[in-house]
Design a binder for this molecule. Sequence first.
Ligand SMILES: NC(=O)c1ccc[n+]([C@@H]2O[C@H](COP(=O)([O-])OP(=O)(O)OC[C@H]3O[C@@H](n4cnc5c(N)ncnc54)[C@H](O)[C@@H]3O)[C@@H](O)[C@H]2O)c1
Length: 337
Amino acid sequence: MSESNALTAQSTIGEWLAHPLGGELVRGLLAQTGATEDSLAPVSGLPLQQLVALSQGKMPQSVVDDLVRAANGGVIPEETESSGWVERTTPGRFAGKTVIVTGAASGIGRATASRVAREGGRVVAVDVSAERLAEFAASLPDADIVTVAGDITAQASIDEIVAAAGDRIDALANIAGINDDFSPLHETSDATWERVIAVNLTGSFKLARAVLPSMIEAGRGSIVNTASEAALRGNASGNAYTVSKHAVVGLTKSAAFMYGPAGIRVNAVAPGGVATGIPFPPNVSAAGQARLQPFQSGIPTLATAEQLAASITFLLSDDGVNVNGAILASDGGWSVQ
Ligand SMILES: NC(=O)c1ccc[n+]([C@@H]2O[C@H](COP(=O)([O-])OP(=O)(O)OC[C@H]3O[C@@H](n4cnc5c(N)ncnc54)[C@H](O)[C@@H]3O)[C@@H](O)[C@H]2O)c1
């Protein structure tokens, strides 16, 4: 916590709970929703502010502001340096490089695109949401960002992305992805299967296929795919998502093997739980959710999108020079449980 001992939106949830008044306030809020302190264990290391993103709209910013005011005699104190993890950029790490980032309008993709741009890269930011993409680009007015609003499952969008990137493509971060409905195999509908496989697997395959020729010609390149804890185990999500992310591991390893000699590195990151706005479909399988729930509550910690961007940009950049074919678990240690 800060030296002045003031609780702020950047103080961790653990710090709030350990504080006499802060703890009382947070427990009071939980009681209103019938939840207990235990439910916050996986997020105790995250800033209180993250609850807004985590709640996916259920907890507005005003609730955090009210908590901070209530803990500080009615005023919001100035933020001092947080005791938690703080993103520290490496200036110029991506200078002169063109990096394609999909899913750039939200969550992990946005944090990655932002970090690459702030480290001097030219970013080709791709997402289906034109509106959120424009908002992202506007948030970094001095950065070199080209936006492509498109669906990575459509060949026309893939062609548009490659055209926007131009002759030189140094790196590709395949981050766009969607959840399934937690359904076990016998309940999985054709629509869920086809869409989840199309976005999480086929989109990454098509875009990698499209950028590889220019990387092969240049004799260098870095591709980072997004797997998941669901690529490492069977109890992290439903059938379609688990299959799609296991397949992303295969996509990664095959390409890493094939193109290593050509100077191209292909790796994947396997995020654990991350505080983003990734939507769940409206009709989640009750049977699947009930079976998964006890295991999901064992997640050691949730990460922020910026923490995932730190792992992804490491692999994307020349810092990952000796890493090829790795599936980097960026999950606070979930995979060793
Ligand atoms: N959040 C987590 O806990 C978590 C855990 C493990 C893995 N992941 C993976 O990380 C990646 C990013 O997830 P997130 O949590 O940041 O999600 P998010 O929903 O916040 O962001 C994903 C972005 O991808 C975009 N997108 C979806 N389908 C697309 C398509 N067909 N074409 C182009 N863009 C499309 C969405 O519009 C959205 O902006 C996904 O691949 C997800 O499976 C997330």
